[in-house]
Each structure stands twice: as C-alpha cells, then as structure tokens.
Design a protein around this ligand. Structure first.
Ligand SMILES: [Zn+2]
Length: 694
C-alpha cells in the first residue's frame, strides 16, 4: 500500500493537510476581502473554494464576462499563499439563461416545470444550460488555469442534490437514445422490462416515455432504467464540464463534491471522471453515535471510490446548519472531534461551508468559520483557529492509507432495484447497511466499502447486506471468496433478482444457495413496532428481531439461532455453512443490534480480524499507514471521559506531543493521533485463516 498524498495527484496543492472552505467574496464589499485574507492566515487556511455560485456575477449578460473582481480575489489570496479550488461556477444558472431558454428548467414527475429563483434549476440534459456552462468554463480555464494559486478545479457543486431527475421532452428523447444503446432491439427491451404483464408491450421506440406520474405502480424495469439513465445523464454533465476544463488545460486536476450515500448518483461511476474524491458531511450534532457512524460509513465509501487514496472533506459546518427542522449547535470540541474522525478514515482535507457567514439569502443561518458575531471573543472562531493549528501537525499523515481486512459490499444499482416500489415491504437499503456497518464501527474494525464487483482477494471477511440484485459475476466472485477460506456474511432479501429485476427462480439467494446452504421460500415482513425473537444456542435470554423474517429450507447450513414465535417457531433464522475452505453466514431477519455486534465479533475473531485497541463505547479507533510510520487515531465522540487500553500500541501523540502508553483517559470529544515507526510492510493480500467449527 503506497501512500498517496493529494499533492502527488495535484502538484499545485499546498503541502500538508488542506484546510479552508467555500469563499464567496462576491457577497461582500471589497473592503472586507483584505480582512478575510488576514483572518484566513490567522486560522491556518491554505485552500479555499471560489466562485461556486458566481455565474451571474461572472457573466451578467450573455457573453459579457466580468473577471476583474475574480482576478483581484485570486491575486489577493495568493499574496498570503492561499491556494484556490476554482469552481466551474455552473451550480446556479443566471436568470437570463432560463428567461432565454425556458426549456432549460427541469420538469418534475407530475409534469410541473420548476421555476428559477433558488438554485440548481436546470434540466441535466438541457443543451442551453450545458453549452452556456461550457462557454463559461472555457473562459475561466483560459484565464486562470496557469495561475499559481489555482491548484484544483471544483466541478459544479453537489450535482443532483435537488434536481436529480427530470421528465421533460428533452429527457424523454435522450432516454430513448440511451435505451437503444442498451438494448439491441425493442424485443430485447420488452423482454427485459417484462412488458407482457399488464399489456405494456412497445411496438415502436417512440412510444416509450419517462416513468412520469401514472395511475398505479410503474413498470419496475422502466423505473430502474430511468434511475440508471438519470445517474448517467448527471455523470455526463460532470464529464462534460471536466472536458471543457481540459480542452484548455489538459493537465488540470479536478474534483467534485458528492453528498452522503446520495440515492440518485452512482458515485462508483461518477468518481472515475475526476482525480480526487470529495464529499460534504453534515451529521446532526444532536444525533449521537448513529450520526457519527453514518458519517464514518460515507468516509469509507468515498475513500473506496478512488481505490483507497485520500479524499477531501469538502464541506462541513463549524456548528449549525439551517436546513433541518431544528438545527442543533456543536458544543465545544465536537467540531474538532468530527473533523479528526474524517482524517482518521482517509481525509487529507478539512473544509467548511463557508468562510464568512452570509448576511442575506437562504443560507444566512448556516454557520461559518467567521460568524455574524465577528471573530473577537468568538468561541467558534477560536475553535476554527485551534483546529487549523492542530492540522498543521499532521503533515506526516498525508497520503497514509487505511488498511482494512473487511469489505462491505454496497452499490447504487442494488439500492435502486431494492427501493423500486411494489415489494414485500418498503425497504430502506441505507438502514439495512447501517446495522452491519454500525456493528463493525462499534468493534473498531476497519472496513472498505466497495462495489460488489470489486476484487475480494485482500479481505478476510465480506459483508453483503441485502444484496437483492445479484449478477452472475457477483455470485461467482462471492463463491470463490468463500471457497478460498473467507467468511461471507449475507442478510435477508439477498440474491432475489438479476440486473433486469427478474426473479431468480427456486428461492433466494438464487445463485448462492449452494454457498449459503439454504433456500428461502417465504417471508414475513413485520410492521413497525412488531417483533419476533431468536432462540440462540448457548444463551438463555431470547434476542429480539424485527422488520423481516424469512423462512428457510436448510440444505447443508446449520442453525445458529431459531425463531421463537409464530407458526415458524423453531425454524432457522441465523445459519452458518462450511463452504470450501471458508464459511457463509446468513442472517434471515434484523436482529437486535447488540447481538448482531456479538455475532460479527465472533466471525471476525474466527478469521483473525481484530481492533487495534480496546476502547470504551463511543470511542473510534482507526489506523492509517504511511511510509515507515503508522498512526492510531482515537476520537471520543461522547461528552464524557472514556478509557482506552492501548495494549501493544505506544508512541507520541502528534496533537499534544505527549508520549502515550498503557491506559489512556480521553477527555470529552478528546482526540489523539499516536504515531509510531512501522517495521513491517502491510500485506496487500492478508492470509485467510481456515474457518473453525462454529
Ligand atoms: Zn429534462
């Protein structure tokens, strides 16, 4: 595992951890700018994202460009050696564009054309929007690509955040073109979509429409293909902007900021188009450990999008956001803890939305690095400056990798298919994944979040929650993984359909029945508030289970737990099956999280995967490995003292410069980054132990 500092990808980036935020100087008189730059210097800022929402300012009338103000801003920043992540400025088209091209406005599922006046008011396939954006990008690239301050390009902004689908006539025509590329013939499309059902057969391509509002359930194949098409359309928009930059500046390095596990956007595909992965993280400060875990999952996901190389935390809030019903603040220390948690999982940039809190507009109550209150005596600005100073001490961490022996398989394709309407129940894929991810987080075991098509040779344990859509290739890969000695963990409603939404006949998990040693005949979805229970071998108390209970036929698997209630009481609910040199565990229901953590702990132990240290609940422990050095990140996410047994770990804390050994007491929201020399190389392919009898 070779360390990959972001500077080795984009050589104009500053050395060390990147620190800063979105900078929107166009919202302020120029007199404020010099104070901004002075305060940035004080806060340790070395990178700012500029011009994200500046189209109307840069091109006030069609073809009439005004770059003077941006020239002055970038030059001023560079006097203090503050680098710029320059946006393509296309996130919010100007009023003149939608007036001249009303067809560029998006149309929702009900056929309503949306109005300008907020942001992201464009159809992703609009030719006028795309062409206008590319013209502006060309001008920006010609003027600024060679500027020493411009280190990176920020392509568009949170693409697909609000407008992630459009149902206009342009999209309808483009959808038909997309379908003709996917299906050789109309007969093939009819077969794939199952149009023999409900008399839906198409006789001509022109008859096919986007899945707009319909009397009842829409055709699942059509809905799934439209999700694929819209994700591709948004990705094509991204790729088009990247191409417009590189047409002028072929060496330019680019990123774009994604959002969580955003349903409409297949980031596995999107992030092939850019050089660096980046995302915007806004965990609810009042949401407790669940929110911390959701953010950690997304860090692991984004690290995986570019093969494990470091990513950028492109946006977060210093304290409050403005868009929840109730917007909690971050108490002293929490912003720091959340920031270090990102760095622990591979972020080499900690950035905020935004530098100076806006005094007008829809986001004026969104916190910023410089609050409305001002900087003098400000708790928020004090914490911003302290974090900037601490991150400077982590230069040696830059580029370090996060080695993991556990893979969690996640795909957007699977999510779209699973969440198409008309299922045994309304599934929430993100929640189904979070149970398993949360258990692994609680155990402080490093996880790679990867696509089900990813190579699995490097892993000892593979967890595939709700892998509803299973392709032949994925089934072969999972079979080979277990055969070689790995532990495969799968959960309910897996292996149900192929990539066309056609059922694998004979019972789920379809092509993996032999690997798991079972077949599912029936299932019982449980309404919210209802539960069943599990009788677990060797345990006197039953374990609650909820959401879904599958009824299994065992074909070689052994039961680890059985259902306690209902006509299927006594039948297997959790099973294990020896397969080749490995084992395959099946969890046919949603067990209580505490017990699920115990189950996962047993599997990990059998396969030689363990946490780096023993820590109190709520403490995150993650190891990053660099060139000859390794770094143990410890983050206490609770507002109370927490103990950590360091065991064999000892070294110097990069933050406090104190030696750490033995038992450590972490203050509320406390962090440590314990560094030590590394005398052994990380094996890219861990040895897989033989599975022991359960
Ligand atoms: Zn459209």
């Amino acid at each position: 595992m070779t360390p990959t500092p972001l500077r080795s990808i984009a050589s104009k980036l500053p050395a060390g951890m990147l620190y800063g935020g979105d900078y929107n100087p166009e919202q302020w008189p120029e007199a404020v700018w010099s104070e901004d730059v002075r305060l940035m210097r004080e806060a340790g800022v070395n990178l700012v994202s500029v011009a994200i929402f500046s189209w109307a300012k840069l091109e006030p009338r069609p073809g009439d460009y005004d770059f003077g103000w941006l020239d002055r801003v970038i030059d001023l920043l560079w006097t203090e050696k503050i680098s710029v992540c320059l946006a393509t400025a296309t996130a919010s088209p100007p009023a003149w564009l939608s007036r001249a091209h009303p067809e560029s406005l998006p149309v929702d599922v009900n056929g309503t054309r949306l109005s300008p006046g907020s942001r992201q008011h464009y159809c992703p396939n609009s030719r006028a929007y795309r062409a206008g954006g590319r013209r502006l990008i060309g001008e920006l690239a010609r003027r600024y690509a060679a500027h020493p301050a411009v280190a990176l390009w920020h392509v568009n902004n949170e693409i697909g955040c609000h407008t992630h689908e459009c149902f206009c006539e342009v999209c309808a025509a483009d959808f038909r073109t997309w379908l003709r590329a996917r299906y050789d013939t109309l007969e093939e499309l009819n077969e794939s979509w199952g149009t023999a059902f409900w008399s839906q057969a198409y006789g001509e391509w022109a008859e096919i429409l986007p899945p707009r509002k319909m009397p009842t359930f829409r055709n699942p194949g059509q809905v799934l293909d439209y999700a694929r098409f819209m994700s591709d359309a948004l990705c094509d928009l991204l790729a088009g902007e990247v191409a417009a930059i590189r047409l002028v500046a072929p060496e330019a390095k680019v990123t774009t900021n994604g959002m969580v596990f955003h349903r409409p956007a297949d980031y596995h595909r999107w992030y092939r188009e850019v050089d660096i992965a980046a995302w915007d993280s806004y965990p609810d400060p009042a949401g407790g450990i669940d929110e911390v875990q959701a953010a950690a999952f997304t860090h692991d996901l984004f690290r995986g999008l570019r093969g494990g190389q470091p990513f950028m935390l492109m946006e977060q809030a210093t304290t409050q956001v403005n868009w929840r019903a109730t917007n909690a603040l971050k108490p002293p220390g929490q912003m720091r803890a959340i920031s270090f948690a990102a760095v622990a999982r591979g972020a080499d940039a900690v950035m905020f939305f935004q530098w100076r809190a806006a005094r007008a507009g829809a986001e004026k109550f969104h916190s910023a690095m410089v609050p409305h209150f001002g900087t003098e005596g400000s708790r928020v600005f004090r914490e911003v400056c302290a974090l900037g100073a601490e991150l400077k001490k982590l230069t040696g961490v830059c580029g370090a990798r996060v080695p993991a022996r556990v893979a969690l398989l996640v795909s957007w394709e699977n999510r779209w298919a699973l969440e198409v309407e008309s299922k045994p129940m309304a599934f929430d894929y993100a929640a189904m994944i979070r149970s398993y991810y949360g258990a692994l987080w609680d155990l402080n075991v490093a996880v790679d979040v990867v696509h089900p098509d990813a190579p699995l040779e490097a892993y000892a344990v593979v967890v595939a929650p709700a892998l509803y859509q299973l392709t032949r290739g994925q089934a072969e890969s999972l079979r080979a993984f277990a055969q070689r000695g790995g532990a495969l963990v799968m959960s309910y409603f897996s292996g149900v359909v192929d990539e066309r939404e056609h059922i694998w006949l004979g019972g789920s998990p379809g092509l993996l029945q032999d690997v798991l040693g079972l077949a599912v005949e029936e299932w019982q979805p449980l309404p919210a508030g209802e539960s069943n229970a599990l009788v677990v071998a060797g345990r006197t108390e039953p374990v609650a289970c909820k959401i879904f209970c599958e009824l299994l036929h065992l074909r070689g698997a052994e039961a680890l737990a059985t259902y306690a209630h209902g006509f299927f009481a006594g039948r297997a609910a959790i099973t294990t099956h020896r397969f080749g040199a490995g084992e395959a565990i099946y969890v046919a229901t949603e067990p209580d999280r505490t017990w699920l953590t115990t189950l996962m702990s047993d599997v990990l132990e059998r396969h030689g995967v363990k946490a780096p240290v023993v820590a109190a609940p709520g403490v995150e422990a993650v190891v990053r490995v660099g060139e000859g050095m390794e770094f143990l990140f410890l983050i206490n996410h609770r507002a109370e003292l927490a103990m950590v047994e360091l065991g064999e770990w000892s070294g110097r804390d990069l933050v406090s410069d104190q030696a750490c050994t033995g038992t450590l007491s972490l203050e509320p929201y406390g962090v440590r980054v314990i560094s030590r020399a590394r005398d052994r190389e990380v094996s890219a392919v861990p040895r897989l132990p033989q599975a022991s009898a359960v």
